[in-house]
Write a protein that binds this ligand. Structure first.
Ligand SMILES: [Zn+2]
Length: 499
């Protein structure tokens, strides 16, 4: 028996099994449920996102006698008949190979005939942007006055090439790139179904390589199944992709980080001699630095987003410490620019080597940015030090001076009132202790709440000038006497002998 590709074998046959296009599926189901179906649709989006599959499901659903939640039941006579490849009511045309006006006429000439099985004849025209101008004109005439039993579904990857006159007569649906996570789920389901063993990270890698296209990912999965012989692991997928060995890539990135031109060029030579394509290498390097940037900025989320094997992830984490975000961005710039240049050059290896050397030296722009970032960091650190009362040479301070620093900490933390309570208190300081003498019962009562004591202790612990001394209080009726004495002397001085 001929081998059927995974993509064809697991082509969705109901709306439920379409992945990543919920917005489209929901709208179509609503139209089917309300009987409010259009006569012309245009499906646009990247290849492999489900345009033709959805068109086929829709074509059967609109004819099904007992639809199940909007999807074709697969059992009624219409479903059974329309499932046959050569039925007369679902007409598929590939405009890539039938783009002449004669092809279009041939299709349209028979449009007057009523459907043989169900209520509608559905015309699915793939790659519709390939039609010639004359063919588009012929199609337009039909779209202006379609028979009641005809529905057109036009599919295209290049919506901008469709004449506005055609677009204005169609309901437009934009198919989105399918998230790698959903593709991975689908691949796991399929591998389980066909009884293939797999490493989870290997499946994630296949899904990511699909770049949003289910078809591309499943073709790759097909290749991996044959290559890996029933047990799909990460390295097997890397080999099928023709991607670079992650360890070698990381080694190259380390040389670049260290500015080790000699080491980097030797490694490039080694990889090229093994037959590595430099365009792929440039792409892999750009991806590596992008991943590094992810790890630098959001390590927690990066683990889930990148879905790399543990050892590859840990390796990148170490690499990330060697790079600033600016440097990563600079290198990404070098290699993504290179990708464009490689396309038109016959000196690919030389260009690639030049880019590696440039990356080792660091590009001018990122050097300037790095310097600016460094200056900002130093300024910030200095400001923080100044705020904390840092003085370059240690000064010998008495208890009152030390207290001023503690008080400014308290102020900064929103305890200005508390700080002011001690302004006139006597303070004493030994090598290990810092004592505040509390003059009266009112102040004592005020500071004795737990939150105040905690705030004081925290501020003291945060103040470097305290030198780790423990803070304590002592009640001492001294300050109040000092304040009262001048008044008393002033009022009664002549008559009173104060002792
Ligand atoms: Zn049915």
């Amino acid at each position: 028996m001929a081998y059927t590709s995974l993509y064809r074998r697991y082509r969705p046959d109901s709306f439920e099994s379409v992945i990543g296009q919920d917005h489209i599926v929901r709208t179509l189901k609503n139209q089917l449920a309300s009987g409010n179906v259009g006569h012309a649709y245009i499906f646009t989006g990247t290849r492999g996102t489900g345009k033709t599959s959805v068109a086929k499901i829709f074509a059967r659903a609109v004819n099904c006698l007992h639809p199940v939640d909007g999807s074709p039941c697969g059992k009624c006579e219409c479903c059974v008949e329309l499932a046959r490849p050569n039925n007369f009511d679902i007409v598929e045309m590939d405009a890539a190979s039938n783009n002449r006006v004669e092809d279009m006429r041939e299709l349209i000439d028979k449009i007057g005939f009523a459907p043989t099985v169900g209520k509608f004849k559905v015309y699915i025209i793939d790659e519709v942007h390939m039609l010639s101008a004359a063919a588009f004109n012929a199609l337009l005439k039909t779209l202006e006055e379609p028979p009641a039993h005809a529905i057109f579904v036009l599919a295209t990857t290049e919506i901008h090439k469709i004449p506005a006159t055609i677009l204005s007569r169609c309901l437009r649906f934009d198919f989105r790139l399918v998230p790698a996570k959903l593709i991975a789920e689908r691949i796991r389901f399929i591998f389980d179904d066909i009884g293939v063993k797999y490493q989870s990270e290997a499946v994630d890698l296949i899904a990511a390589a699909g770049n949003g296209s289910v078809r591309d990912a499943l073709s790759l999965a097909d290749m991996c199944v044959s290559y890996c012989d029933g047990n799909i692991d990460y390295n097997g997928v890397i080999a099928v992709l023709g991607a670079s060995d992650p360890n070698k890539l990381r080694e190259l990135a380390t040389h670049i980080a260290d500015g080790n031109v000699d080491g980097a060029l030797r490694l490039v030579a080694e990889m090229c001699d093994l037959g590595k394509n430099v365009a792929l290498l440039a792409n892999d390097l750009a991806t590596l630095f992008r991943n590094t940037l992810y790890i630098k900025h959001c390590e927690g989320a990066a683990k889930e987003l990148l879905s790399l094997p543990e050892n590859v992830f840990e390796g990148l984490k170490q690499l990330a410490q060697k790079y600033t975000a600016q440097r990563c961005l600079g290198i990404m710039r070098i290699f993504s620019k290179l990708e464009g240049e490689l396309r038109y050059s016959s000196q690919r290896r030389i260009l690639f080597e030049a880019a590696v050397v440039q990356a080792c030296y660091g590009d001018e722009e990122s050097k300037t940015e790095e310097l600016a970032a460094r200056v900002t960091r130093i300024e910030r650190a200095l400001a923080a030090l100044r705020k904390s009362g840092f003085k370059p040479t240690p000064a010998i301070m008495d208890a009152k001076q030390v207290w001023i620093h503690v008080a400014s900490r308290l102020n900064a933390k929103g305890f200005a009132l508390l700080a002011s309570c001690f302004r006139d208190c006597k303070m004493e300081m030994s090598d290990s202790e810092f004592v505040i003498c509390i003059p009266d019962a009112a102040t004592k009562k005020m500071i004795e709440t737990k939150s105040n004591v905690d705030a004081l202790k925290a501020a003291a612990a945060d103040t470097p000038e305290m030198g780790g001394r423990t803070l304590s209080f002592r009640e001492e009726q001294q300050v109040s006497k000092d304040i009262a004495l001048p008044y008393v002397q002033d009022m009664f001085g002549k008559y009173l002998d104060v002792k």
